[in-house]
Design a protein around this ligand. Structure first.
Ligand code: AMP
Ligand code: ZN
Length: 137
């Protein structure tokens, strides 16, 4: 895709710090380095996001994300977050599918992912929520 920044990285028109490359997948350092070693894994074939990515590419991207997570764990990270944002409302800012591999060194790292407990609010709807998702797979 001509106007896509990650396609430009794949084509070599924008420089990057490559971590892994094969015919299907590229992994490179995220420019923001939220934590040291923060890496992005992308399919070479353009897809807008996780939900729209071809299953074969998705499987390969996840397999490379696993390799990178293990490399980070071997080289000092105590944990890793694997994250992919779908659409702007979820924080997606680059619309070429990517998986963030974010090493964690301690609980006070600059990234904070927390899950609010809204069980009280939704406890009477749990079955309906599950059924709605199940019926639309
Ligand atoms: P998201 O907000 O999930 O779409 O993530 C997009 C990520 O791409 C951000 O973490 C940016 O720091 C990163 N990013 C944007 N431009 C570049 C670039 N030229 N090289 C490496 N990472 C980039
Ligand atoms: Zn692209």
């Amino acid at each position: 895709m001509t106007n896509c920044i990650f396609c430009k990285i794949i084509n070599g028109n924008i420089p990057s710090y490559k971590v892994y490359e094969d015919e299907q997948v590229l992994a490179f350092l995220d420019i923001s380095q939220t934590t040291k070693g923060h890496t992005l894994v992308i399919p070479k074939s353009h897809a807008k996001n996780f939900a729209e990515c071809d299953d074969n590419d998705l499987n390969k991207v996840m397999s490379v994300a696993k390799k990178i997570a293990n490399s980070l764990l071997k080289t000092g990270a105590k944990g890793v977050n694997i994250l992919s944002n779908i659409n702007e409302v979820a924080g997606q800012s680059v619309f070429h599918f990517h998986v963030h591999v974010i090493p964690r060194y301690n609980e006070n790292d600059t990234i904070k992912i927390s899950f609010v407990n809204n069980n009280e609010k939704y406890k009477d709807e749990m079955q309906n929520i599950a059924t709605l998702i199940k019926n639309n797979l």
